[in-house]
Design a protein around this ligand. Structure first.
Ligand code: MG
Ligand code: ZN
Length: 233
């Protein structure tokens, strides 16, 4: 399918992206922020989870959201209506966010303020896996309605993430979701990923997931602060 020129070009695009992602990460750290890249297929419940999260952590964290969508700003508007600081990136024809888009936002001072920055990627389980944005943590959402075999169909994104969040748990029984199969699939790809089961509707698992994320954020910010101190001496 691809000839060697294509391969070469793709390699360069990915290398350029990695470099920019690295710079973005520095910018986030410089601003005292911990960044999360939230990825899933369309409709898994990323925006809904973000609004639950913002609600849950409101008293402990200042949260900024970067919303990636191909067209429009429905999700960003939805979050703003809920009192959450959200900035939209419209990717146009691109089916994923890339580091350049985030870097443009940072350079133009439009990146939202906050010590926890959630980046909602475009709904897609393929290319977001290959385009790091400068995040500290990668989280993949999978709704039970998508099926327990999804990790095996999209192995790259599940292999390279820190946590998998199973959403819409209130529907699990209805769709005969097989958790044993899912556990086997995930652990065959990624033995280190933390696994969470949540339902935005019933509230199941939301608190546990939020406190895990809050801890990750706190630990990382503390480590960054210690490094900054040791540099200043
Ligand atoms: Mg969304
Ligand atoms: Zn894409």
């Amino acid at each position: 399918m691809h000839d060697s020129t294509d391969e070469h070009l793709l390699k360069r695009i990915l290398e350029d992206n990695d470099q920019l992602a690295h710079a973005n990460r520095h910018s986030f750290e410089h601003a005292g922020a911990f960044a999360v890249n939230l990825m899933s297929a369309p409709g898994a419940g990323k925006t809904t989870l973000i609004s639950k999260l913002a609600n849950e952590l409101r008293s402990e964290r200042s949260i900024g959201v970067i919303e990636g969508d191909m067209v429009g700003d429905i999700d960003a508007q939805r979050l703003r209506d809920a009192g959450i600081n959200a900035v939209q990136i419209s990717t146009g024809r691109s089916c994923h966010l890339d580091a350049k888009m985030i870097s443009r936002l940072i350079d133009s001072n439009k990146s939202p303020a906050g010590d926890l920055i959630i980046i909602e990627n475009v709904g897609n389980l393929v290319c977001p896996a290959e385009f790091p944005l400068g995040e500290h943590l990668r989280i993949v959402l999978l709704s039970v309605t998508e099926g327990d075999d999804k990790p095996l169909k999209y192995p790259v994104i599940f292999r390279n993430c820190d946590a998998v969040v199973i959403t819409k748990m209130d529907l699990a029984e209805l769709v005969d979701f097989d958790f044993d199969r899912l556990h086997k699939a995930i652990s065959s790809l990624n033995s280190k990923a933390d696994l969470f089961k949540v339902s935005a509707k019933s509230g199941e698992g939301i608190e546990g997931f939020c406190s895990w994320l809050n801890d990750k954020c706190a630990m990382s910010l503390k480590a960054a602060e210690a490094t900054a101190h040791s540099h200043s001496h």
